[in-house]
Design a protein around this ligand. Structure first.
Ligand SMILES: *Cc1c(COP(=O)(O)O)cnc(C)c1O
Length: 393
């Protein structure tokens, strides 16, 4: 497909990266094999040395995984992609491939919880320090830079408050000092936001979320120019946080419907957010696609639409929020996101339950806050499901 660079995302999603075997299968094949056979001793030697391209051992090469990598790279507009076992594995691989003891990261203070723990606990122990700064204040990122700063790390919109980081502004600050910028593009996917086109160096995915989109498997990926992904590949080859062939096959088929799903989920979310905003029992809605969002204009400059995640505050506190949650029959009570089935969660007692009340307050996460990851159900049915609890508070 590299000879046809002008295909549109719809086409790339179903066609990019496919390699057919001698059997001529129409769907992408699932290669469940841990190793590969060579024609001769000399052939094995050529493959191992890298003199000849080809599969060797599934810790670092498998045709099904390669098809997934190439298809995702095409959608992100990336030269290359390295798939990993999970989103966290992708973040770990990116940092350990490019940083070493003594280096420093500047990161958003509203990252995914496990990412904050990875940086502040596990990586800190290896001598890689992180300064967490305001998600929305580029001047704070600039002020946090040290001579040893090697990486800016962010995800946007943030979870659960849907705050937007200005990708172009942060990239400009980093570029001027030779600092790498990595964006976790899990919430938007390449369908709604293409960070590489805004100057970002590496895009990271938890493919577990929208790319699978149907809540089945874990996976991750790092996309970018080959000179940067090559280092990630070397780390993966040796350290082994590899995506399984089966999961790659599920994710490859997930990419085929990514655009249809994400656009429909985002359209559903916009309708549901507008309905919530007009609801007398709702104090406030946080959704980048609504004009009431403080960064609506920035969001619309760097995203195609608002995305599938809504946060809203019911009037009252924890009791009222739990009443809404407990009266849902359709919306699943789970902290995951990106599924075709809508999900509702109370961040203050789940995903953000273990941080201090002060830190929660600073992040804007009140006791009345609920987060919905909007799926593909009829919006009217989701409204009726939420109304049951809202009517009781
Ligand atoms: C879920 C998630 C991750 C971690 O991905 P896993 O596949 O669960 O390891 C990272 N970043 C964001 C934004 C996520 O939502």
């Amino acid at each position: 497909m590299s000879d046809q660079p002008n295909y549109r995302p719809e086409t790339l999603a179903v066609r990019a990266g496919q390699q057919r075997s001698q059997f001529g299968e129409h769907a992408e094949a699932l290669y469940l094999t841990s190793s590969f056979v060579f024609d001769s001793a000399a052939h094995a030697a050529r493959r191992f040395s890298g003199e000849e391209e080809g599969n060797v051992y599934a810790r670092f090469s498998n045709p099904t995984v390669t098809m997934f990598e190439q298809r995702l790279a095409a959608l992100e507009g990336a030269e290359d992609c390295v798939a990993t076992a999970s989103g966290m594995a992708a973040i770990m691989a990116t940092v350990l491939a490019h940083l070493q003891q003594g280096d420093h990261i500047v990161a958003s203070n509203s990252l995914f919880g496990a990412t904050i723990n990875l940086f502040s606990q596990i990586l800190a122990r290896t001598g890689i320090a992180t300064t967490f700064v305001s998600h929305t204040d580029p001047a704070a990122w600039e002020a946090a830079i040290r001579p040893e700063t090697k990486l800016f790390f962010l995800e946007t919109p943030s979870n659960p408050m849907t705050e937007i980081a200005d990708i172009r502004a942060l990239t400009a600050i980093a570029k001027a000092r030779g600092i790498l910028v990595a964006v976790d593009n899990c919430f938007c996917t390449p369908i709604l936001q293409r960070p590489l086109e805004m100057g970002v160096d590496l895009v990271i995915h938890s493919a577990t979320k929208y790319i699978d989109g149907q809540g089945r498997v874990l996976g991750g990926a790092v996309c970018g120019p080959k000179k940067l992904t090559e280092e990630v590949f070397k780390y993966l080859r040796t350290a082994g946080p590899t995506l399984s062939a089966f999961n790659a096959w599920v994710l490859l088929k997930g990419l085929e419907t990514l655009k249809l799903r994400v656009e429909a989920q985002s359209a559903n979310a916009l309708r549901l957010a507008a309905w919530l905003e007009a609801h007398p029992k709702v104090a406030r809605v946080f959704y980048p696609g609504l004009p009431s969002h403080p960064q609506h204009e920035l969001a619309m400059r760097q995203q195609q639409s608002g995305g599938g995640i809504i946060a809203f505050e019911v009037k009252g506190g924890r009791e009222q929020a739990w009443t809404v949650e407990d009266n849902c029959r359709l919306l699943s009570i789970t902290a995951n996101l990106g599924d075709t089935k809508s999900m509702i969660t109370h961040p203050a007692s789940t995903t953000h339950g273990r941080i201090t009340p002060e830190a929660r307050a600073a992040a804007g996460i009140s006791e009345g806050l609920l987060r919905i990851a909007v799926g593909l159900e009829a919006v009217e049915d989701l409204q009726a499901d939420l109304e049951r609890g809202l009517a009781l508070i």
